[in-house]
Design a protein around this ligand. Structure first.
Ligand SMILES: Cc1cc2nc3c(=O)[nH]c(=O)nc-3n(C[C@H](O)[C@H](O)[C@H](O)COP(=O)(O)OP(=O)(O)OC[C@H]3O[C@@H](n4cnc5c(N)ncnc54)[C@H](O)[C@@H]3O)c2cc1C
Length: 394
């Protein structure tokens, strides 16, 4: 089967890898001119980790990733409010847990896909898609015209394929009233190696992690309703400055470094909820069809699970595409919805709305310093209640 995969993030290259391994002909189409670097860190574990093991990429993920030794919450005066040892939580995940730059995770998966000879086109996207029932005719922005048996949108939260094939964003996107900024600067001090240091006030959380090359990654989540300026970094940074005006602790020093950020990511925290992930010969995987939002802390793993399951269902259905696409959705939809519902409640941790929520949040953080309570609270989410069908070829 000739498959066009739009988007070379996490889901796209995973899908390409497994399609190739299953004997299909995938083409990856990425609108960025080259693989993205930097960005933000993701925690990666669970069933996604199983898939990474089957792909043979875990050693490289562990080499590039970080094992945090402390999650520390500090007050405006820099003193510790709470300190959690992630070792206990990592133990709960059977040690199969790594914190890694999203761009590194994407790059490692991409290398695996390309090792299987996947055609990859950078710097282009789909202009239009026409499904005539027998095939999908894709016109690319460059003017090229190609025909495929299946087109899969793996183009993230703001998916163009979703818009073209399923309708406007408003029909599926659910904003969570939080925006997120992630940026890296060189030479920031203090560093606190292998410690995720967070400072939270009413309305926001500012988190910093020292990276290996002397840079520091900042992840700021803050209350923000409504749209954000698109493709306009100065305007986005102005929104961030306004939201954090008057904040204490290191926040003014962090904002001072915004001007020399070497990467800057800015978006709203949103979920995508759809009644189906395919229509005819066009399907969606990853954030495009089922974004759980950054609050879930599991979007990357889910993106891989969805991509892998789509291919596995094609195999199990003996090539019956309609049966496979239906089974792909049926197998995963309830689990994804469960993660999405659970994520909504976590907004308080990332950006408390008021003083009461802040106090409650910090109290829970302090209780989590007791390993038994941490295990009780996190145990369920760190063990995926979900079994993947192992690969057919072992
Ligand atoms: C701040 C933050 C923290 C997060 N933390 C975690 C975490 O701890 N753990 C976790 O598992 N997940 C986390 N996530 C979520 C995770 O990053 C996503 O769920 C995951 O990247 C989804 O993968 P994807 O391949 O579906 O989409 P993406 O990774 O967004 O990839 C989409 C790709 O499609 C490309 N693209 C977009 N539009 C087009 C187009 N029109 N044509 C061609 N290409 C296009 C993009 O350039 C990109 O390469 C976090 C997300 C954020 C924002």
């Amino acid at each position: 089967m000739r498959v066009l995969i739009v988007g070379a993030g996490i889901a796209g290259p995973t899908l390409a890898y497994w399609l190739r391994r299953s004997g299909h002909e995938p083409t990856l189409l990425e609108h960025a001119p080259e693989p993205r670097r930097g960005g933000y860190l993701v925690d990666f574990w669970g069933a996604g980790f199983d898939i990474a093991e089957w792909m043979g990429i875990v050693p490289e993920l562990m080499r590039r990733g970080y094992i945090m030794r402390e999650m520390r919450e500090i007050g405006a005066d820099g003193r510790r409010v709470a300190s959690i040892d992630p070792g206990d939580l990592i133990g709960l995940a059977g040690g199969r847990y790594v914190t890694i730059a999203r761009s590194d995770l994407a790059a490692v998966i991409m290398t695996a896909a390309q090792g299987h000879g996947v055609e990859t086109i950078y710097g282009d996207t789909v202009e239009s898609l026409h499904d005539d029932g027998d095939a999908v005719h894709a016109t690319l922005r460059s003017g090229a015209e190609r025909t495929f048996d299946l087109v899969v949108g793996a183009d993230g939260l703001h998916s163009r394929v979703r818009r073209l094939a399923f309708g406007p964003d408003e029909d599926y996107e659910r904003g969570l009233g939080i925006a997120v900024a992630a940026f890296e600067v060189d030479g920031y001090a203090p560093r606190d190696e292998d410690i995720a240091v967070a400072h939270t006030e009413v309305g926001f959380q500012a988190l910093r992690v020292a990276l290996r090359d002397g840079a520091t990654l900042f992840l700021i989540t803050f209350r923000h309703d409504g749209p954000i300026p698109e493709d306009d970094v100065p305007a986005q940074q102005a929104v961030l400055r306004e939201a954090l005006a008057g904040a204490g602790g290191e926040v003014p020093a962090i904002l001072d470094r915004l001007a020399d950020a070497r990467t800057f990511y800015f978006d709203t925290a949103s979920q995508i909820r759809m009644p189906a992930w395919s229509a005819g010969r066009i399907a969606l995987v990853g954030d495009a069809g089922a974004c759980p939002s950054l609050l879930a802390g599991q979007g990357s793993a889910l993106a891989m699970i969805e991509a892998y399951t789509l291919v596995r269902e094609l195999e199990l259905a003996g090539g019956d595409r309609i049966r496979a696409l239906t089974a792909y959705h049926d197998r995963l939809a309830a689990m994804v919805l469960d993660k999405q519902d659970a994520a909504i409640g976590l907004g308080v941790a990332f950006a408390p709305r008021n003083g009461l929520q802040l106090v409650a949040r910090n109290t829970i953080m302090r209780m989590m310093t007791v390993p038994f309570i941490a295990r009780l609270a996190m145990g369920r989410s760190l063990r995926d209640q979900f079994e993947l069908v192992p690969p057919a070829d072992g």
